[in-house]
Structure formats: C-alpha cells, structure tokens
Design a binder for this molecule. Sequence first.
Ligand code: ADP
Ligand code: MG
Length: 257
Amino acid sequence: MSDVTTDRTAGDAGDAPAIDVRGLRKAFGELEVLRGIDFSVGRGEVVCVIGPSGSGKSTLLRCVNLLEEPSAGRVTVAGTEVTDPDVDIDRVRRRIGMVFQSFNLFPHLTALENLTIAQRRVLRRDRAEAERIGRANLERVGLGDKATAYPAQLSGGQQQRVAIARALSMDPELMLFDEPTSALDPELVGDVLAVMRGLARDGMTMLVVTHEMSFAREVADRVVFMDGGVIVEQGTPEQVVGAPRHERTRTFLARVL
Ligand code: ADP
Ligand code: MG
C-alpha cells in the first residue's frame, strides 16, 4: 500500500524502512521518558537497543506498535504511519511480532493451541491450516516434539521459544523483542538466542532490547545505546560496543560486559 498523501517521507511502502522513528517523545505525567528519538530500521536489519534500566528502551518498543501512545513525533512501520490518528492500528500490529521478557502463554492451552488461537481468531485461518503453520513454527524453534505439552511442563527457555513460534505463526514483517532472555536461568539463554540468531540469518527484521552483549556483537547490524530517554550513540557493534565514543556508553558497558 502506498499513500503519498498521508506519508511524505516513506514513499512507496515497498522500499520504506521497516521502522522509522522521528522526533519521538513520551511523557508519563511530569516524567519525560523519551526525549526526542530518531532512528530507523531497514528491512532485514537487526538492531539491538542497549542501555541502563529506566532509560526508555521498553517504552520505545511499545511506541512502535502503539502499546504506548507517543506524546510527540512520528512512527512509521513499513510505510504506514502508526501515529496517524486515522490508522487502523490492529492491522499494523498484525504485521509486528512482539516477544516480551514474560512469555504470557495461556496456561490451560497446549503449546500448539497457544500457536493456533490467534491465527484462527485474528487471521481467520481454519484449524487444519493453523495447526500446519503452528507445527512448522514449533519445528523452527526446535520444539517439534512439544506440541501437546502445557506451558507448566516446559522450561522457561522452551516457553519463550513457544512465544517466539507463536509470533512467527502470524507471519510478521518484523519482530520486536524486549529482553527475551532476562527472565531465564543462565543455562536456558543460549537456546533462545540460537533461535533468534536463526531468524536473523533468515532475513527477519528485528529490533531487540537486550543485555546480551555477545549476541549484539555477533548478530546486530547496528547497536543503539540509550540513556535518559535519548540515543547517546549508535553504530556498528564494533563501534558502539568495541570502541564507544561516549563516557556514558563506556560506563554502561563496563557494568554489563
Ligand atoms: P527500560 O526498558 O529502559 O528499563 P522503560 O521504558 O521501561 O525503561 O521505563 C522508562 C521510565 O519510564 C522508567 O522511569 C519507568 O518507571 C517509566 N515508566 C514506564 N512505563 C510507565 C508508565 N506506564 N507509567 C509511568 N511511568 C512509566
Ligand atoms: Mg525494559
């Protein structure tokens, strides 16, 4: 869909960036959490957002799919301005997969049922098709043998991989990850990161908030360092993690590396 009258910068949606954020501000009452954010994510690009707790990383992600309403600025997803008051936000959200720190699986549904419910309700797929796609995505995250398991029977890492498979089953154009491994026991982190590495290799567009610096170094095309609601610096992992230019970045990295 290309609509030049409502979108002056993105041009045709076919070559618009996956995410474009301009002058984004967000305040909760008196508290200014995002204080003018500009960045974009190209199609097929993997961008990791790092920064101290409270710097606004989650709020930024949540503004991309309008779980939070920006106070000012423009957010465009694949050529559609989501901050346009007339936008059909449910349609935009359908194109965005989101994976949080907490997996939020339905406890009374099996892994496969957790994958088919939104496909059937939102995408109106019939049961057979939803199950076929669900099983393929369980395979993709290495859980082909867990279709009938309930969340309580799965480890945290397995539950998070089900959550990733659930997002993938909706055929998203891009994926947002908010500290997907932060709630996991250390020995379970690797399997989840391996799945994310595979997605990156397959060309998925990904915006990932993470404290996993080795993942950021290996997988990210670009690293964005945030502090105090602004982007302090961004660049390749070699630049930002390997040779940070700002004192604040160095201080943060010294703590997490
Ligand atoms: P990060 O993900 O980098 O840790 P967040 O985006 O979660 O940071 O939060 C940034 C700041 O915004 C924090 O001070 C947090 O307490 C505040 N904040 C986040 N969400 C809300 C909200 N719904 N209401 C009020 N304050 C919030
Ligand atoms: Mg956060």
